[in-house]
Design a protein around this ligand. Structure first.
Ligand code: MCN
Length: 737
């Protein structure tokens, strides 16, 4: 079962229209909610006038009810955390911030009524460079000394463009009785946040997140509307439903990236990296969102050694506020930013020192013999054979081949911290939440198995891959296994799906629960077989007395446990139901090398991607088909960042608030991907040996594509280009050069 491309068991449901997305849910007696949002990036709210006949609530009503502020989930030491409320109180700080909520019997009526609400604003000047935090890693003194001595240095400035998540399904939230239905990647976290703000015990609220049309990180975070609908529903004593319009999504979903970076690399004459120095200004938007500070802080900076043995690295990040929607996780979350910095530096150094781009990387890769490898920025990589993956990617892609003018090839190496995260480490850096995962296995009297996990599936194929893990461990046929996620009433606790953590953390919890089922099963089998427990072995789905042919099936043990007619009640509880919690001792360091080939039209600046090759080490692979799908999706998103996606704010107004202005990649923009998995380096500290794959593509692809485009433009004398590399930008760069 492990390593098999089992077809996705969930697809039948989706393909036949039986998915249960948030908009599919209607609760009898529900009120529809429309939100009045600020048109100003920064303003004082002078007055909100609600005409007679319109049912509306404001921040003042919320204040009167004692609703508390939305605290972020990860606060860096010394960080400023301005209070943020589900409905603005007195001041608005970004276009799209909720000011009032209007309720009516239909969505159209609620939207019409929202138009009648008059808000008097007193515009305020935009803020800029308002510092939230400074975060440093590495040894500044050692880096400065290395730069002072180094014979060669390169330096660049780059922008990591601000992105929108843009899932097919927009966000939504429905509150009914004690239940909040919402599309979220992290139901237990949302329950915690909402209860904290409303002063409720966590047991008083159930959060349900069923099928979801994409999450991409940004749906794992806490939003004002979640608190708003629960509060309003309790106050109005009616169920309340809110679903975002697409423009509302652009205005209110958290956005990703938005770094401005100055990076320097010191080298010796042979191209060996001696030191890296990085300064990044990260835009947090108007407030600190759930993990808005963690991503440019601890997460991004932990990976600035990359796959290279650079002895000294120093990085300083300044998080700043601006009058824009908050930023937070977006597929890759900090790791694409780190990869882009290092790979652009490597390319630039190769060019300035006259060394081949592959060769300069080869000289600096951390060898497998150095594992476990302690980086100068904190993390210790447990395993990985970076040179082996690197050489295979070069071979697969024909990197060294000569190319005609107008063509370019690019390369990007990455390592990523999947399987977020050891709670202890995150806690030491300011996290207010834990990062373990829980799994419960319930075995019914008929021998079928249900698994309850704290993670959340929104396209990753969990119902299939988790079932494969159980089938492999317990020998239960796949079709007799059910996976339940996304309901705080069914799953005791959980952290959620983000940071490519489901397989490494959730899968490990599941495996631990499976081991407990087997342990209890052995004791039951010992009784049924009248043998000593130490003589019972579990193999091929049955419990057997070692060295004999006497055995009982897993199903027979399940029956004895659930129908305890013949059962050792004096020594054992009935039932076959086990819970496990797993907090990983380290991240799982997925890594890989991606190569991209392009043709650039010198007259129009248009880029055609001719080929894309990837070799990834994600440890033991559970389902290769699903993993390849995850890699392809991630690569497509990464190529989108480098090709056309860009969130544009001008004077605090969002100019890219529709798909006419925000250019997602289309099917015709991406080539057939050739990808290989290297399983030679299983993760050393989890029972599955698995590392995450959900973000890998998005991490490597922007750097690989930009490397290719710059290679194609080199003959014209173009040495620098910003993402996204739109035809206009490329054409201008060629003209300038
Ligand atoms: N897998 C495997 N073997 C491995 C690693 C993973 O078979 N060694 C399988 C897993 O069992 C799982 C899938 O691949 O079915 C992805 O696993 P993992 O890498 O653990 O990532 P998560 O399940 O935690 O998913 C999160 C990740 C993130 S962070 C974003 S963002 C993202 C992504 O997944 N958003 C997605 N992939 C997405 N895919 C879709 N369709 N939609 C999104 O919103």
């Amino acid at each position: 079962m492990i390593g098999k491309s089992v077809l996705r068991v969930e697809d039948q449901r989706f393909l036949t229209g039986s998915g249960r997305f948030i908009e599919d849910l209607s609760v009898p007696g529900e009120l529809h909610c429309a939100i009045v949002r600020s048109p100003h990036p920064h303003a004082r709210v002078r007055a909100v006038r609600i005409p007679a006949g319109v049912l509306a609530l404001t921040g003042e009503d919320m204040a009167r009810d004692g609703v508390g502020p939305m605290r972020c989930g990860w606060a860096l030491p010394g960080m400023a955390e301005p209070p943020r409320y589900a409905l603005a109180r007195g001041t608005v700080r970004h276009v799209g911030e909720p000011v009032a909520a209007v309720f009516a019997e239909s969505r159209a009526a609620a939207e019409d009524a929202a138009e009648l609400v008059e808000v008097q604003y007193q515009p305020l000047p935009l803020i800029s460079d308002d510092r939230a935090f400074t975060w440093q890693r590495g040894d500044r003194t050692a880096v400065d000394a290395a730069f002072a001595r180094a014979p060669r240095r390169v330096q660049l400035e780059l922008v990591n463009n601000r992105l929108c998540g843009a899932a097919i399904e927009t966000r939504g939230a429905i509150a009914s009785g004690d239940t909040l239905y919402c599309g979220t990647q992290a139901p237990h976290h949302i329950r915690r946040y909402v209860c904290e703000e409303l002063g409720l015990d966590e047991g008083a609220l159930r959060v349900v997140s069923r099928d979801m049309g994409g999450g991409f990180g940004y749906k794992g975070k806490h939003y004002p509307e979640e608190t708003l609908v629960v509060w309003a529903s309790r106050r109005l004593r009616r169920p309340v439903k809110w679903i975002a319009r697409r423009t509302e999504s652009f205005l209110s979903d958290t956005q990703g990236r938005d770094h401005v970076t100055r990076a320097e690399l010191a080298l010796d004459d042979d191209g060996h990296f001696l030191a890296v120095r990085v300064h990044t200004r990260a835009d947090l938007g108007a407030y600190v969102s759930s993990f808005g500070a963690a991503i440019p802080g601890p997460i991004y900076t932990a990976l600035l050694a990359g796959v290279y043995k650079t002895p000294a690295v120093f990085v300083e990040v300044t998080g700043v506020f601006s009058n824009t929607v908050p930023t937070d996780a977006y597929r890759g979350a900090g790791r694409p930013e780190a990869c882009y910095v290092l790979e652009r530096l490597a390319d630039l150094a190769a060019r300035q020192l006259g060394i081949d781009r592959a060769e300069i990387r080869r000289r600096n890769l951390i060898p497998a013999s150095a594992m476990p490898y302690q980086t100068p920025v904190g993390p210790t990589y447990d395993c990985g054979d970076f040179p082996r993956v690197f050489e295979r990617a070069l071979e697969l892609s024909g990197f060294a081949k000569k190319r005609p003018p107008g063509r370019g090839i690019g390369i990007a190496c990455y390592v990523e911290s999947s399987g977020v995260a050891p709670s202890r480490l995150a806690g030491a850096m300011g996290a207010r939440v834990g990062f373990y995962e829980s799994a419960q296995l319930r075995v019914a009297a008929d021998g079928s198995v249900s698994a309850y996990l704290g993670t959340h599936n929104h396209g990753q194929g969990h119902a299939t891959t988790y079932a494969q893990i159980i089938a492999a461990q317990l020998g239960v046929p796949l079709e007799r296994i059910r996976i339940v996620e996304g309901d705080t009433a069914a799953v005791p606790v959980g952290t959620g799906t983000f940071g490519s953590r489901s397989i490494a953390v959730g899968g490990s919890a599941l495996h631990a629960a499976g081991a407990k089922i087997i342990a209890k099963g052995r004791r039951i089998a010992a009784h049924l077989l009248e043998a000593a427990e130490r003589d019972i072995e579990f193999r091929n789905g049955a419990f057997a007395v070692a060295g004999t042919d006497r055995s009982v099936t897993f199903a027979a043990v399940a029956r004895a446990a659930n129908v305890p007619h013949n059962y050792p009640l004096a020594e054992l509880e009935p039932g076959l139901d086990e819970n496990a919690f797993y907090d990983p001792p380290n991240f799982a360091f997925s890594n890989g090398v991606h190569v991209c080939e392009v043709a650039v039209d010198r007259d129009t600046g248009a880029v055609e991607i001719l080929g894309y090759w990837a070799v990834d080490d994600i440890g033991t692979v559970i389902n290769p088909m699903i993993v390849h799908g995850q890699l392809h999706g991630g690569v497509a998103q990464g190529l989108g960042q480098a090709l056309g996606e860009r969130t544009v704010y001008e004077d605090g107004q969002l100019l890219s608030a529709s798909f006419m202005d925000y250019a997602l990649p289309r099917a015709s923009d991406v080539p057939l991907f050739i990808s290989e998995l290297d399983e030679s380096q299983p993760c050393t500290h989890n029972p599955l040996g698995a590392k995450g794959c959900g973000e890998s593509g998005a991490i490597a692809a922007p750097a690989a594509l930009m490397s290719a485009i710059l290679d194609a433009l080199a003959p014209y004398g173009v040495g620098d280009l910003e993402m996204p590399a739109t035809p206009q930008r490329i054409w201008r760069a060629i003209m300038r050069a």
